[in-house]
Structure formats: C-alpha cells, structure tokens
Design a binder for this molecule. Structure first.
Ligand SMILES: Cc1cc2nc3c(=O)[nH]c(=O)nc-3n(C[C@H](O)[C@H](O)[C@H](O)COP(=O)(O)OP(=O)(O)OC[C@H]3O[C@@H](n4cnc5c(N)ncnc54)[C@H](O)[C@@H]3O)c2cc1C
Length: 283
C-alpha cells in the first residue's frame, strides 16, 4: 500500500462530511421540494410496465440488468461496507434525498447475502420499549410506500401479525407490550384462543396439543415482505442514481492516518476519509 495522500485543500462545502453546503443540507423549502421532485424525475428508474413484462416473459430475452458492474473508481465521496439492507438503503437515501451520488457499496460476498436476504421477512412494530415501538412504526410507514418509491414490487403484505403465548409468563409480557404499543398509538392487543381460531382457522387451539395456546398478541399493522426484493429494489434504485455496487470486494481494515480515518479493501485500493472523504489507488 502506498503513502497516504491527505487532500486538505479547501473545496466547496468543506466542513461537513458530505461536502455539501449548509443550504443543501437544511430541510427543503417548498421551492426546494419542487426542485427535488424535478431532480428525482430526471433519475426515474426504468419502468416495469405490464406490456414489457409480458413481452419479455414470452421471448425471454433482453431483461434489463437490475444493477450494473463497475471497475473500482479511484475516488468516492462515501464508501459503505456491506450490501445488505442497511448499506443499500443508506446509499439510496444519500443519493436520492441528499444528492450524494459518488457512493460505493462494497460487499465481500454477494448483494443481500447476509441477514438481509435470509431472514424471516416479518415487519412489525409491536416492540417492548417506547423508543423501539416508535422507531419500527416509522419503519413500517416507510415500507408502505417503498414499492412506489423504488418502482419495484417489494411484496409487502400487511396481513397482521400474531405471536402465540403458550405459558403465563408470555401472556403477561404480551399484555405489557400491548399497553406500551397502545400508548404509542400502535395497534396491538391480547386476544383469546377463540379469536386466534377466527383469524387463523387452521390453527388448533384445543387443549389437546403439546403446547396449548393460551392467548396471543395480535398486531394488525404487521405483515411480511419479500426480503430479496427489498435488497434488489434498493440496489436498482441506487444504481440508477449513480451508486456503484461492488460484490466480491472485501474491506480488509480501517485505520487512522494523519487525523483521518483510512480504510482499505482488497490489495488494489485504499481509502482516505475525513472532512473531505476521498479514496485513491495506491502508487
Ligand atoms: C434468522 C434471522 C431472522 C430474522 N428475521 C427478521 C425478521 O423477520 N424481520 C426483520 O425485520 N429482521 C429480521 N432479522 C434481522 C435482519 O435480517 C437484520 O437486521 C438485517 O438483515 C441487517 O441488515 P444489515 O444490512 O445490517 O446486515 P447484513 O444483511 O448481514 O449485511 C451485511 C453485509 O456486510 C458484508 N460484509 C461483512 N463484512 C464485510 C467486509 N469486511 N467487507 C465487505 N463486506 C462485508 C456481508 O457480506 C453482508 O452482505 C433476522 C435476522 C436473522 C439472522
């Protein structure tokens, strides 16, 4: 790895990590919002129309790539480690909401190959602490409009969520959770085995089972989502906005140099990060 070459010359917007001016970072005014809408319509992702799906489904060729491959550039404003839902969504919102488009997302494996592509795919906000409930409630609100925002069917099915209680301790915690949820304006309630049967008719709620159902926490706003689609939707939308996604690219370390945080990935590339975040290739 070559010597670090800190870039300390003044650039517009220096003094905040994004390199954007204060005006660019403040909440958008009405004019700002209109400009933002125009900007985002310029970057509209290619539409998946019913006609093109039918045509391509029949002839089965010419499917547009969901995201593209790139050579590693010598410089990015932001480098994100991990192409899971957090890394990809961060890249997408940086590009779409903050106009920071020089972004690389690096993953040592494949996109969505971590927890994001291999989870239970449940969305819910019926947590135990007020902070957690509010956080996940906002998250579910984002998911409701995510397909339209990304122009990608993420298959969110808000079909309600039921957590079964098989002992008194679980039932007690569920009552507690229901009350915390209600105080935050989130719909959760403890229901009887008969109500479970009405919601899920094939469920055996009799006392004959190995673990009889004593009740359940019912959370109507909860549901399921196609986790792969969330990753692919964010990847496609971020890619359209200029974000580069690099799979099979492992970050090997993060280190400090001359007051900067530096990290390096692979043996071909190293990165400087500071007030002006820059990456460069070794000498
Ligand atoms: C079994 C299971 C079930 C779950 N069920 C649910 C659920 O129902 N609902 C829910 O909301 N959440 C669920 N979760 C949690 C959810 O999956 C995670 O919170 C979420 O996927 C985390 O996303 P992430 O982007 O932070 O991490 P990940 O998706 O794990 O992504 C991290 C990425 O970083 C990459 N990486 C790691 N080190 C490096 C490196 N040095 N260089 C380059 N790349 C690197 C990895 O390859 C990986 O792709 C579940 C989790 C598990 C494990």
């Amino acid at each position: 790895m070559g010597l670090w070459q800190a870039r300390q010359e003044r650039e517009p917007g220096r003094g905040n990590p994004s390199g954007h001016s204060k005006a660019e970072l403040s909440p958008p005014s009405v004019v700002g919002r209109v400009a933002q809408r125009k900007e985002s319509s310029r970057h509209k992702h290619p539409m998946y129309s019913a006609f093109s799906l039918l045509r391509r489904g029949l002839v089965h060729d010419d499917w547009p790539r969901v995201w593209h491959e790139h050579e590693l550039a010598s410089s990015y404003d932001v480098v994100i480690v991990g192409a899971g839902v957090h890394g990809l969504s961060t890249a997408y919102y940086l590009a779409s909401r903050h106009h920071i488009n020089s972004v690389a997302v690096l993953d040592k494996g494949y996109l969505g190959g971590g927890g994001s592509g291999r989870n239970t795919a449940i969305l819910r906000s019926n947590y135990l602490t007020p902070e957690g409930v509010r956080f996940y409630d906002r998250s579910i609100a984002l998911y409701r409009s995510l397909a339209a925002d990304l122009n990608f069917n993420v298959m969110f099915a808000p079909r309600g969520h039921v957590t079964l209680a098989h002992n008194d301790a679980s039932l007690r915690t569920m009552r507690w959770r229901a009350e915390v949820n209600k105080l935050q304006g989130v719909h959760s309630e403890v229901i009887s085995p008969e109500e479970v049967k009405r919601l899920v008719p094939f469920m055996d709620v009799s006392a004959r089972t190995r673990y009889p159902i004593l009740g359940a926490l019912y959370h109507p706003p909860g549901g399921i989502i196609r986790h792969d689609a969330v990753n692919w939707g964010y990847a496609r939308a971020a890619d359209t906005l200029g974000v580069q996604i690099h799979q099979s690219t492992e970050v090997l370390g993060v280190e400090r140099h001359n007051g900067y945080v530096a990290s390096h990935y692979g043996d071909t590339f190293d990165l400087l990060k500071g007030e002006n975040l820059r990456a460069r290739q070794p000498d």
